[in-house]
Design a protein around this ligand. Sequence first.
Ligand SMILES: *Cc1c(COP(=O)(O)O)cnc(C)c1O
Length: 254
Amino acid sequence: MAAGVEECRMDERYAARIAERREEILGRMDAALTASGRAREDATLVAVSKTVRVDEVVTAIDAGYRVFGENRPQELNRKLEGLSLRPDVPPVRFDMIGNLQTNKINAVLGRVELVHSIGSLHLARALAARAERWLEAGELVAPQSILIEVNVSGEETKGGFAPSELRAAFGELQSLCGVRIEGLMTMAPRGDKDRARACFSGLRELRDELSRESGLPLRELSCGMSEDFEVALEEGSTIVRLGRVVFDPSFAVR
Ligand SMILES: *Cc1c(COP(=O)(O)O)cnc(C)c1O
C-alpha cells in the first residue's frame, strides 16, 4: 500500500515537471521564432520519446504534446501498440526520425506522418517503390511524406546526403512516385553553437537553392535538438526534435 501511494506521488511530481518544462520550452520557442519574424504555428515541436516508456508518453500527452518522434521501427511499434490500448488518450502523431534499414520499411510506412531520415538514394528508391505498390493495393491512402537527411557539417560519423550528392540526386528523388518530399533534415555538430548555427543556415540555403531549381516548396526544415533548438529556430527551422529537454527533468535548461 505505502509503496503504491509513494509511486503515485512520484508520478504526480513527474507529470508536474513535464508540464512545467513544456511551458518553458514553448516560451523559449516563441522568443526564438519572434526573433526571426515568425509565429508559433510556424514550427512543430516533436517530442522524441525513444528513451521513455509508454506511460511517460501518456504523461506527455496529458501535458499537451501531440507529436512524437522515434528512431527505431521496433520501438515505434511498441509505442503505437501501447497507445492503442489506451482509448482514453487522444490521437497523436508519430514521426520516424532515425536511420531506417530497407528491410524495416514495412514497419514504418503509413504508420508515421513524416519520415525525417531519408539519407540515401537506395533507401528513397526502396521506400518509394513499396509505397507505390501499397497505394495501388489500397493499403496506403496517400504518398508517404519524407524529408531528405543532409550531412551539412560533413562529419564522418553522420548519415545523410552530402550537399553535392543531393544536388546530383535531386532530379531522381523528385521523380519518385509514392513519396512526397516536404523538405530537409540535418543533425548539427554537438557542443558548439557557432558550428551548429552554420550547419542550420547551410541547410536553409541548400533548401532555398533546391526549391528554386526544382519548383518544389520544400517547406520543412527539421533541425534543432535539446541543446541547440533556439539557434535552429533563429535560422529557419520548422521542426525541432527535442528529447532530453522534454523528458529528463534533470536536463539543465540553458
Ligand atoms: C535522440 C534524437 C533527438 C533528440 O535529442 P536530444 O538531444 O535528446 O534532444 C533528435 N533527433 C534525432 C535524430 C535523435 O536520434
